[in-house]
Design a binder for this molecule. Structure first.
Ligand code: C5P
Length: 218
């Protein structure tokens, strides 16, 4: 992988609904970085599986990923709980992960010229994909707070799901994402822990910004 020189790279790993996406967006805006929500690509493949169950194959995934337009990743259909669970299932497959990695690393190391770098969030960004990132954050929060936040998001999207169901689904996904063989979610020693349980979005970003500014202004 050819790497653009002198860029800022931010890698974030986190369990679902811990607030990593929100912080990644704030970081990308403030430092003019290209943002990629890597979970959306697994969600896209998860949705593909739900829609094309019989035709679902590595060939199909390869073709679809090659032609994937980033704008599709904003599609609301990718936000459903069924798609999230399907994403977590397909994400266990090593071949699928390899297909996704190529796509993601291109954006991490060769972000479009108008950006000063990249910020990626997911489960294996620090551990596998951008191991040499300039900044490494592990963002987490208690499962109760994460379930409450995700439940509120579903409610705003008019999704018919109870808090209990959201809680159970997050718990299952945590287990599957942490216990799987390839690219399991774990905190590395060299990443900075940010616990958002009791922090507002603003307070959390302030913390991250202080850490980043200190290094960047050095
Ligand atoms: O972050 P999000 O909840 O959208 O991710 C959906 C699923 O995609 C996760 O539960 C996880 O199984 C998978 N994923 C992954 N590696 C990443 C990002 C997401 O395996 N880097």
């Amino acid at each position: 992988m050819k790497k653009r020189k002198n860029i800022i790279t931010v890698a974030i790993d986190s369990p679902a609904a811990a607030g990593a996406g929100t912080q990644a967006k704030l970081i990308s805006k403030h430092y003019n970085l290209f943002y990629l929500d890597t979970g959306k690509i697994y969600r896209y493949i998860g949705e593909l599986k739900l829609k094309n169950f019989k035709k679902f194959s590595y060939n199909l995934i390869n073709r679809k990923i090659m032609n994937l337009k980033l704008s599709y990743l904003n599609n609301k259909s990718l936000l459903s709980n069924d798609v999230a669970m399907s994403a977590s299932e397909v994400a266990k497959d090593k071949k699928i992960r390899n297909i996704v990695h190529k796509f993601q690393q291109k954006y991490a190391y060769q972000p479009p010229k108008r950006f000063s770098g990249s910020v990626l969030d997911g489960r294996d960004i620090i551990t596998v994909q951008v191991k040499d990132a300039m900044f490494k954050f592990y963002i987490t929060a208690s499962i109760e707070v994460r379930a409450r936040r995700r439940f509120n998001e579903y409610r705003d999207l008019n999704k018919n799901i109870t808090y209990k169901e959201v809680f159970k689904s997050l718990k299952n996904r945590d287990k599957s994402d942490k216990k799987r063989q390839y690219g399991p979610l774990k905190k590395t020693k060299d990443s900075i822990l940010i616990n958002t349980t009791k922090l507002s979005k603003k307070a959390c970003f302030k913390k991250i910004k202080a850490i980043m500014d200190k290094k960047l202004n050095h």
